[in-house]
Unconditional design. Sequence first.
Length: 159
Amino acid sequence: MPSIRHVSGDDPDAMRFVSLLHDEMVIRYEDPRSTGPSPLHSRARWLLVLDDSGLPIGVGAVQPLIHTVASAEGDEGEIKRVYIATEARGDGASRVLMAALEDVAASEGWVRLRLETGLRQPEALALYSSSGWTSTTPYGEYKDAEESRSFAKDLRANL
């Protein structure tokens, strides 16, 4: 069973996976001009997912929602940089990581989470849809991108 380790945003393993995520998105979206992911909020909380032997196989972050949306007084968070190494996909690591990110968000007092993904990421779309996330109004830096999809999850439903 995969496990979780909290790390800083400059953790070498976390940064390695963010780089791999960026490289994969350049390929999937056929956009070599991409400059890489935008910086995260200073309050972002980073998690590594580890395999059964304790080796890092993925990363994810959760942060206060930065973009202006219909949010009440900072009670929303945002999932960012979710990535599982290709060789580790299909073993439930992404579900463990998402549950841990949701737990961190709840501990921060956020009652709702948002995330953005794209049509060329069918695994992500399937994961979020099957994990209680619902399609929502586009937001953020990709809100006008035709292939972008936004999801939200109310964390109060789990209380």
